[in-house]
Design a protein around this ligand. Sequence first.
Ligand SMILES: [Zn+2]
Length: 248
Amino acid sequence: MSGKRFKGKLCVYCVTRPSITGDHVFAREFFTDESRSNLPQVPTCDSCNNEKSKLEHYLTAVLPFGGRHPDAYANLTEMVPGRLAKNLRLARELSATRSRTWYLEQGMYRETMTIPLDSDKCHLLFELIGRGLAWYHWQVYLQPGQTSRAMFLSKSGTAWFDAIFTMDAAARVHGDLGKGTVTYVGVQAVDRRDLTLWRINFYGGIAVAGDPAAPAEVATEIAVVTGPTTLVNSLAERSQSSQTPRSI
Ligand SMILES: [Zn+2]
């Protein structure tokens, strides 16, 4: 179904090999069957497509646990059991470590289920998603010396990003996929077209608890920054939001 239009371009993820197919920036498996039409696609090579698929197999089984959107529930009850049946090791891991906890949201404590979240896999996938979105909307290929970096937004990080998003931009974009299953906003810097910032919301906001010693701090939004490596790293540090998520 990917078609010829994605063949022979440069892969948006490695920016080295020619593409052989189209990759869904947000894997179709994050959405219910009814919500899978018109998802953004980008050119990808075989190798990057396979690597991204591995990350997606894991995260499409895990992320719906943290979601609040009705499709997260549909995804959990209809699709996640099938995925876990195919991945017995992950299923055992999740059932052994699942527990309930309380977290603070908008001044109220809510009870939620927590399961462990592999933050490396999560960051890697969202860094690829950032590369995909930058190309899909603005045809940006990240060159050597440029990078993509993902982070969960804590309260301080959210305030910092709120300020950034009000600044002048060359372009702004808003995406709503699967009636709110995934929403995102992006801005592209005026003076550096490779500098793009994204805020991505899955399933109405995935509750990601940070340090178990401070369970009240919950991130619900993921940010991705693309651009020159040194600038991206300093932006990420200044946002003070690169906490290590331990569970969702
Ligand atoms: Zn590639």
